[in-house]
Design a protein around this ligand. Structure first.
Ligand code: IYR
Length: 229
C-alpha cells in the first residue's frame, strides 16, 4: 500500500464541504439518532441472500474511517461460501463450549445471563455473510520492510462502527460476535501473522421469529453519557 518515497506532506483544498443551516443540522442529527435507535443486535437470521455489491459498498464506507497516521490498519474478510461458514461455526462453537463450560469467570457468565447467549451459534451458518474484522499490528512497505501502526484498536474500532452503521443504513441486520479465543480465524482464513482477528460480524436479515433480549432496549440516558462544560 505505502511506498516509502510517497510519504511527504502536500496539501489539497478541502474536497467536500457541508454548509447546513442550524435548523437543518438539528433535523438531520435527530433523524440519524432516531434511525440508529432502530438498530438491534440480532442472533437469529433468515437465509435470505444479500448481494455482494451491498457488502462491498459497506466495507468501502468503513475504509474511509480515520486512522492513526492514516495507516488504515484493518482488513475485512467477507465470507459467503457455506462450507467456509460451517468451518467457522464448528471452530467457534468448539471454543465457546469451553468458554461456557468453565473457561469464563463466574462473573462473566453472570453478566451474560440477561443477554441469553450460549455455545450454540447457528447465525454463523444461517446469515448469508460473515465479515471477519482483522487488525494489522504492523504493515509492510512495497519493498518488504515493516512499519509500525499506531492506535490500532481505536482505528479498527472506528472503522468497525462505521461498518455497522453502513450495514444498518443498507437495511441489514448484524451481530457482533467475539468467539473467545479467536486465533482460529486467522488460520482458517489464511491471514498473515501481522493480523489479529477482532470480531466476526454476522450480516443478513433477521429471522421472522427473531427476538432481542429486553435488556438491550435499556440504553443509558444522555445525562449519564454526556457532560457539558
Ligand atoms: N463469546 C461468547 C460470549 C460473549 C461475550 C460477550 I462480552 C458478549 O457481549 C456476548 C457473548 C459468545 O459469543 O457467546
Amino acid at each position: 500500500m505505502f511506498s516509502k518515497d510517497a510519504l511527504e506532506y502536500t496539501q489539497l483544498p478541502l474536497p467536500h464541504r457541508q454548509d447546513l443551516d442550524d435548523a437543518e443540522m438539528l433535523r438531520r442529527a435527530e433523524e440519524y439518532r432516531d434511525f440508529m435507535a432502530t438498530r438491534h443486535t440480532v442472533r437469529d437470521y433468515s437465509t435470505r441472500p444479500v448481494a455482494q455489491d451491498v457488502i462491498e459498498a459497506c466495507i468501502a464506507a468503513a475504509g474511509t474511517a480515520p486512522s492513526g497516521a492514516n495507516h488504515q490498519p484493518w482488513h475485512f474478510v467477507a465470507i459467503k461460501d457455506p462450507a467456509a461458514k460451517k468451518q467457522i461455526r464448528d471452530a467457534a462453537e468448539e471454543e465457546e463450549r469451553k468458554f461456557y463450560a468453565g473457561g469464563a469467570s463466574d462473573e462473566w457468565i453472570k453478566a451474560l445471563e440477561p443477554i441469553g447467549t450460549n455455545d450454540h451459534k447457528p447465525h454463523l451458518e444461517d446469515a448469508p455473510w460473515l465479515i471477519v474484522v482483522f487488525a494489522q499490528r504492523y504493515g509492510t512497505f512495497d519493498d518488504g520492510t515493516r512499519y509500525k501502526n499506531y492506535y490500532v484498536p481505536e482505528s479498527v474500532g472506528i472503522a468497525t462502527g462505521m461498518l455497522l452503521t453502513a450495514l444498518h443504513t443498507a437495511g441489514l441486520t448484524t451481530l457482533t460476535h467475539t468467539p473467545n479465543p479467536m486465533k482460529f480465524l486467522g488460520e482458517l482464513l489464511d491471514r498473515p501473522d501481522s493480523e489479529k482477528a477482532t470480531m466476526i460480524i454476522a450480516v443478513g436479515h433477521a429471522a421472522q421469529d427473531a427476538t432481542i433480549p429486553s435488556v438491550a432496549k435499556i440504553k443509558k440516558p444522555l445525562s449519564e453519557i454526556m457532560t457539558v462544560r
